[in-house]
Design a protein around this ligand. Structure first.
Ligand code: SF4
Length: 703
């Protein structure tokens, strides 16, 4: 038995960034632990990261390329796999043009730079990501409002924290991790929590605002109404650095607190207290999560939140929401070669004419992709490469996603396991986990850091995603690098370091400066924070933020209430899973064995549902089953269900993708999407509940 070698690396079992020390013996990772020297995580790790060894060495993991044949999946060589993909792509391109190929990813493993480079050099504008309703949606909305994404400055000593649909102790954004929030909170910062559900943070909050799901945009405008009416805004800032302030003030007047109370179900006095606390306690951080983005109000809500940061003088101020300065490393955009996508190809982007903001951030909506496959309009998508994504579980209207992917002429996937989406593929390309990856972690560097993720081991024949894109690209005749590491040298070149040197340094940090707008303005056409957006104006949309009622709700579809009397908040997260990932990991399934639907005890009683029973949840689009947990901390009119469920233990094709998958119930009709970003309304629809008739069968199968 060899000696244990300790390798300093960086986790990517969620959006990533936690520093890790991997203990390696005889080319096997035997344990991981938090790295106390990490500037992001300071030695902490969550259950997902700690369970990586069970994922990486899982007996069901696919460790070599596979090809689907009439006899089922068969092992093939990398040469065979790559040649098959390339031959198919070339023939589709010859017959129908590169735009007939869709390249897709989920939340990603820090490979956006490589994925986009491959797509751009291929000539397809059709990149399908989760970004239309997750994170990139906030990047896009802040881009047109203040030029960049304002990130929480936890180390700037905030005295007030607004956690808006966000729980960093459970799930983390791309930037700083829960530990930084926790240390600011422990130092005495006031805490305002906006959440339909009384979770861990709501219990700790000075003020908890129990919001009707999907109405965050109205609440943000209500906050603004108080701040303007009570003269709590930063006049110097709005006079010098806000475009459209007077028009915005008029718009905020349309949200008096009586109206906002009626929309959001939050008592108006509580809204007033929260708005005052946020505006008067400086500096203040506003950290928001994806629930505000996964509705028709995605762009407007984010813009209203930026309005709050700007009006209170917390934008790019220490302890507020700031623009961190990245270290001197080449950007994802530079590596991606966006400029190499010919204008005539860019114009062919599916939905690009309609969803201008999505087009601006170079992605298409899933609905546009499914329509193109299923209807052939405006032109058919024929082939696809999907990387680390499971759209039949994670995208709205899952049955449509399933039907579309099944109809593709050719599909290749890059992943760790045979997922319900991979089941539909022709070629399986086995990807490496973050333990098997040399890369610059946190590639977007929005918290100001670039971190060295050093490969700890090789497992089977798996390749890190970057290498797969690179080798496919070279076979397509694209310009790439000789190795993963030479590409990293290129990315690092502005820093003066090579990959070998960077690994030893561990991380780079940009030199932070605050109030940068005082020297050079904001990166918008007017140089100001555009509360009246010149981009939206140019695209023919309302340039001011507003609240639009959720398309399916007690207000907009009262005729559905007899049959579907409850609001379904679909998307409850857990600390164990990252969207549809990790359901096969024993340690994590032991913590969370079943999909959970939370129901208020009074509501459950009305339907004869007891704690722990299986429940049928029905919406106008279908039915699924989850196990009941009773919770006094949710409104009796609301039901909260988990997303991302499939059952790897079911070995037949599909792995039970339609049993508990909450996206069977969600909608993706065009009228339900955000008008410029195409964000899907994943969070709010109407539903009904009833006890499952097959309790014994469900229990028996699970047991
Ligand atoms: S929070 Fe994310 S990056 Fe950190 S250990 Fe957990 S999964 Fe890994």
């Amino acid at each position: 038995m060899g000696a244990v070698k300790k390798i300093r690396t960086v986790c990517r079992s969620c959006h990533g960034g936690c520093g890790v020390i991997a203990h390696v013996r005889d080319n096997k990772v035997i344990k991981v632990e938090g790295d106390p020297a990490s500037p992001i995580s300071q030695g902490t790790m969550c259950s997902k990261g700690l369970a990586i060894t069970q994922l990486a060495y899982h007996p069901d993991r696919i460790r070599h390329p596979m090809k689907k044949t009439e006899k089922g999946w068969e092992r093939i060589s990398w040469d065979d796999a790559l040649d098959t993909v390339v031959a198919k792509f070339k023939s589709v391109m010859d017959a129908s043009g590169p735009e007939s190929i869709v390249i897709g990813q989920g939340t990603g493993r820090d490979y956006e730079s490589h994925l986009y480079r491959f797509a751009n050099l291929l000539g397809t504008p059709n990149v399908l990501t989760a970004g239309h309703m997750c994170y990139v949606s906030r990047v896009g909305a802040t881009l047109i409002t203040c030029g960049n994404l304002p990130v929480a400055d936890w180390h700037g000593h905030p005295r007030c924290i607004v956690m808006w649909g966000c729980n960093p102790q459970w799930t983390n954004p791309d930037e700083h991790k829960g530990v930084d929030f926790w240390s600011a909170y422990k130092k005495g910062a006031k805490l305002i929590v906006i959440d339909p559900r009384k979770g861990f943070l709501a219990k700790k909050a000075d003020l908890w605002l129990q919001i009707r799901p999907g109405t965050d945009g109205a609440l943000a405008m209500g906050f603004m109404n108080v701040i303007i009416e009570e003269d709590l805004y930063d006049k110097d800032f709005v006079n010098h650095y806000v475009h459209g302030w007077d028009a915005f003030v008029e718009r905020a007047k349309e949200y008096p607190l009586e109206a906002v109370e009626s929309i959001t179900w939050i008592p108006k006095d509580l809204i007033r207290r929260a708005a005052r606390m946020y505006a008067k306690t400086k500096p203040a951080i506003l950290q928001w999560g994806v629930p505000t983005e996964q509705t028709i109000n995605c762009t407007d809500c984010t813009r209203a939140l930026v309005g709050l940061m700007a009006a209170t003088g917390n934008l790019d101020a220490p302890g507020g929401n700031v623009f961190f300065v990245p270290p001197k490393v080449r950007s994802v955009s530079a590596f991606s070669r966006h400029k190499d996508l010919a204008p005539e190809q860019r114009k062919k982007q599916l939905g690009g004419d309609q969803y201008k903001l999505a087009a601006r951030v170079a992605l298409i909506s899933p609905k546009a992709a499914w329509d193109a496959i299923l209807t052939g309009k405006p032109y058919p998508l024929k082939a696809g490469l999907l990387c680390g994504t499971n759209p039949v579980v994670t995208r709205a209207n899952a049955r449509e996603a399933y039907a579309a992917l099944k109809k593709l002429e050719f599909l290749a996937v890059m992943d760790f396991f045979m997922t319900p989406t991979a089941d539909l593929a022709d070629i399986f390309l086995p990807a490496g986990t973050w333990l098997e990856q040399n890369h610059i972690a946190d590639n977007w560097k929005r918290h100001g850091y670039a971190l060295a993720r050093e490969k700890a081991v090789d497992i089977g024949e798996c390749w890190q995603d970057h290498k797969i894109f690179m080798e496919l690209g070279k076979r397509m005749g694209q310009e790439w690098f000789s190795t993963v590491e030479t590409a990293l040298d290129y990315l690092l070149e502005p820093s003066g370091l090579t990959w070998e040197e960077f690994k030893k340094v561990g991380y780079l940090k940009g030199e932070m400066a605050y109030h940068k707008y005082r020297q050079k303005g904001f990166s918008t056409p007017t140089g100001k924070v555009e509360l009246l957006s010149t981009a939206l104006e140019k695209w023919g949309h309302d340039p001011l933020p507003k609240y639009t009622e959720v398309p399916e709700s007690p207000v907009s579809t009262p005729d559905l209430l007899d049959e579907f009397p409850y609001i379904l908040n679909a998307g409850l997260r857990t600390p164990t899973f990252f969207h549809s990932a990790n359901r096969m990991i024993p340690w994590l399934r032991e913590i969370r064995p079943d999909p959970i639907v939370e129901i208020h005890p009074e509501t459950a009683k009305k339907h004869g549902i007891a704690a722990g029973q299986w429940v049928t949840i029905a919406s106008p689009r279908g039915r699924v089953k989850q196990r009941a947990k009773l919770n006094f901390g949710i409104d009796p009119r609301v039901v909260v269900a988990e997303h991302g469920w499939w059952f790897p233990e079911m070995k037949e094709e599909g792995h039970g993708w339609d049993i508990s998958n909450i996206n069977i119930l969600t909608d993706n009709a065009p009228e339900t999407l955000d008008p410029v970003m195409a964000a899907t309304n994943l969070r709010v629809c109407l539903c009904n509940i009833s006890p499952c008739e097959d309790q014994e069968e469900m229990n028996g199968w699970r047991n």
